[in-house]
Design a protein around this ligand. Sequence first.
Ligand SMILES: [Cu+2]
Length: 119
Amino acid sequence: MSLSTEVQRARRSMVIAFAAGGLTAFGMLAGSALADYSISQKGREFHPGEITIKRGDTIQIVNDDADLLHHAYIASPKFSFDSGDQKPGSVTPVTFTVAGDFDVLCAIHPKMKLTVHVK
Ligand SMILES: [Cu+2]
């Protein structure tokens, strides 16, 4: 095998490695781009506490409280949602497919409230 073949082979495997790395980065970007808005639950409060979005938009609810469970839900005749228990660090996406005003509440902390206006 000639030296130039060796070099070409090494180059080719580097290109493949770069391409794979690029795809992984793209996949992560695509994953985070699925949500149009991000809502924090830090300090047992939704931040922001009110948001206006378009129908079809996705918000992600992030439990960034270090050691608390949250449990977001919507109980509306038009649209319902239940996150189940949200562990610290978890991210829960919700896509609003229906126009209207919705209260997102927390089953664990009754004072937590997020109002979502869907146009
Ligand atoms: Cu909570």
